[in-house]
Design a protein around this ligand. Structure first.
Ligand code: R5P
Length: 272
């Protein structure tokens, strides 16, 4: 692996723990203005100091992040359909690699829809992106299972999807936590980061998910809604960092959560 590729990967992982807490704010690319992500810049500002990387699209990068921000960028480069489309797997590469290089991204990310109608197209697109990424020194993160695919929170499915992503050359894989997650980790030879999915019922459930994922071998998190839809987003990301980087227990993380941030003013907002 060339120096540039290794340097980009190293930027996203904290050297002492070897793990990462990525903050995902790319949801609008197919979901539109998701609750509490209507104004991405305002949502991001207090959280960025606690993110090891931020995952977004080029449009949100240009409109919502000042170029002085030092946080490594994971640039989503796939898209093409929205939640209104019947087949979410009908994605293609929407942002070329040249633009990711121009934007000084540390990584590009695309969705891989294993077992979906456009499985073949997304798999060959991943292969091509890895080929181009290798030539340019740009790591590629494959994102397994989004949208309706979330119904497939099954270790056999996720192990298959993550392994296939690694076989196609992905340098990192983002997936979802499931019971039996160690099977997913065992079969995947590249680092796995775990998304949170829709907002869970309690803070404890979020911390338990993160703790279980790390305990079973995840290299970190790439989490969105369970951080920025929280009533105390800064405290939540700090508590998650304690689990990921400092081996905090769920109890210790809960204590940190309870002590560090008053609930946000709009907590009464209807949930969506
Ligand atoms: C899908 O919109 C993206 O891949 C998200 O970045 C991913 O699902 C992580 O966000 P969350 O933790 O909200 O699921």
């Amino acid at each position: 692996m060339d120096w540039g590729m290794r340097n980009r990967i190293a930027r996203m992982f904290r050297p002492d723990s070897g793990r990462t807490v990525m903050l995902a704010v790319d949801h609008g690319y197919f979901m539109g203005p998701t609750r509490r992500l209507e104004h991405v810049g305002a949502t991001l500002a207090p959280l960025l100091p606690y993110a090891d990387a931020v995952a977004l699209t080029r449009g949100i990068l240009r409109t919502s992040l000042p170029p002085t921000v030092p946080t490594p960028i994971v640039l989503r480069v796939s898209g093409g359909v929205t939640v209104l489309h019947e087949d979410l797997s009908d994605e293609a590469i929407t942002t070329p690699l040249e633009e990711a290089l121009r934007l000084n991204a540390s990584c590009v990310a695309m969705s891989l829809f294993v077992g979906s109608p456009h499985e073949h197209e997304t798999m060959t697109a991943l292969g091509q992106l890895v080929t181009d990424g290798e030539a340019a020194g740009m790591p590629v993160m494959a994102i397994t299972a989004v949208g309706k695919e979330l119904e497939k929170r099954d270790p056999r499915y996720l192990a298959l999807a993550c392994r296939v992503a690694a076989e196609l050359g992905a340098h990192l894989v983002k997936t979802y936590y499931c019971d039996g997650f160690s099977k997913v980790v065992d079969g995947c030879p590249v680092p796995l980061v775990v998304a949170g999915g829709p907002k869970l019922d309690s803070d404890r459930a979020v911390l338990e998910l993160a703790h279980a994922a790390i305990a079973q071998g995840a290299s970190g998190l790439d989490m969105g809604r369970n951080i920025w839809q929280s009533d105390h987003p800064v405290a939540m990301i700090r508590a998650l960092r304690a689990i990921v980087h400092e081996k905090a227990t769920v109890k210790e993380a809960m204590e940190l959560l309870g002590s560090s941030e008053p609930p946000r003013a709009d907590r009464a907002a209807a949930s969506t």
